[in-house]
Design a protein around this ligand. Structure first.
Ligand code: PPE
Length: 322
């Protein structure tokens, strides 16, 4: 499906019309992948739209930029406000937010020093990442023939656009062979992550996930699931996972902002457990959705309401004028 037009996109401090959100073909990031980004979801909760773990996502964005020696040209508070303004300007309830900090148009050549640091924030409505059906029944995946990047090559903790060429190899290979997703191993052969999700495995009611040293992105959803699962009484261990553990797991699931919590029902055509969503995965899915939907108390202050202060007043006035 082509991109559905939205009202406004934020570019370098201004909200511009969708049609005007354009850049030059000689933009540095287009040639060398010099961009750092985030993917964040805003959910309609009982108390109105709220962004899930906005501070943690923005912190990761600032961290990503620091790794690449780039200074974000906006304060954390201003950036945060801009994110909320984009949602309000598009009048979204449930939506996905995509901020991108990138090396802009000035000159080409690998040294980016003279290129400006440009920033854009877009928002759109994004449905179930790995399909609505997979969400309940589980998806079929393969172990990718591609590895995740080696340590000290592309930093996995930075969410860089360049890293997604590796993700594209994984995802396109899986799709070409009829799988919903590929799970990549790290260069030592241990389980790393999906093209756009972290991996969790359940065996004998214990939950395992690869450590940050296994070339994974430090997923915000990964952290969320670790905390929620522990509070539910599950033992959660961050440990190296050999490939074959995937084949003998009771349950397997993928996590990510876009993918949320998606069960896996087979790996390389070998059924995972009973070949459908397992009880632990279902319990964790339920807890995750209760939390993001504001149905249980926000005990970690993970929800940032969109409509407070000036934005709330403006919305009230806009609704009254209708
Ligand atoms: N690993 C990778 C490689 C990854 O891209 C993501 C998110 C995760 C793990 C999970 O991270 P988190 O969202 O913080 O829990 N992938 C984003 C982009 C997906 C896309 O296709 O674009 C996302 O889920 O927003």
């Amino acid at each position: 499906m082509p991109f559905e037009e939205v009202k406004k996109i934020w570019m370098n401090g201004r909200l511009v019309d969708f049609a005007d959100a354009k850049i030059h073909v000689l933009t540095h990031a287009l040639h060398y992948g010099s961009g750092l980004f985030e993917g964040i979801r805003c959910y309609q909760t009982k108390n109105g739209p709220a962004v899930f773990r906005l501070d943690e996502h923005l912190r990761r964005l600032y961290d990503s930029c620091r790794i690449y020696r780039m200074e974000v040209p906006y304060s954390f508070a201003d950036f945060k406000n801009a994110m909320l303004d984009v949602i309000a300007a598009n009048e979204f309830d449930d939506c996905y937010l995509r901020p991108l900090v990138y090396r802009g148009f000035h000159s080409l050549g690998v040294n980016p020093a003279n290129c400006p640091i440009d920033v854009m924030i877009a928002a759109w409505v994004w449905g179930k990442y790995l399909g609505a059906e997979g969400f309940e029944k589980g998806v079929d995946v393969r172990v990718s023939s591609w590895n995740r990047m080696a340590p000290n090559t592309f930093p996995a903790l930075a969410k860089a656009t360049a890293n997604y060429m590796n993700s594209i190899l994984i995802r396109a290979e899986a799709a070409a062979e009829g799988y919903a997703e590929g799970i990549a191993l790290d260069v030592s052969g241990y389980v790393s992550e999906g093209s756009g999700e972290n991996v969790f495995l359940v065996r004998d009611n214990r939950i395992l996930t690869p450590p940050l040293g296994a070339s994974v992105l430090a997923g915000i959803t990964r952290d969320t699931i670790i905390r929620l699962a522990r509070d539910l009484g599950f033992e959660v261990v961050e440990t190296l996972i050999p490939r074959e553990a995937l084949y003998i797991a009771d349950e397997l699931f993928l996590t990510g902002t876009a993918a949320e919590v998606t069960p896996v029902r087979s790996v390389d055509k070998i059924p995972v457990g009973a070949g459908r969503r397992g009880p632990v995965t279902e319990r964790i899915q339920k807890e995750y959705f209760a939390y993001i939907g504001g149905e249980i108390p926000d005990r970690f202050s993970w929800l940032t309401p969109v409509y407070t202060g000036k934005r709330a007043e403006m919305r009230k006035a806009a609704l009254a004028a209708r």
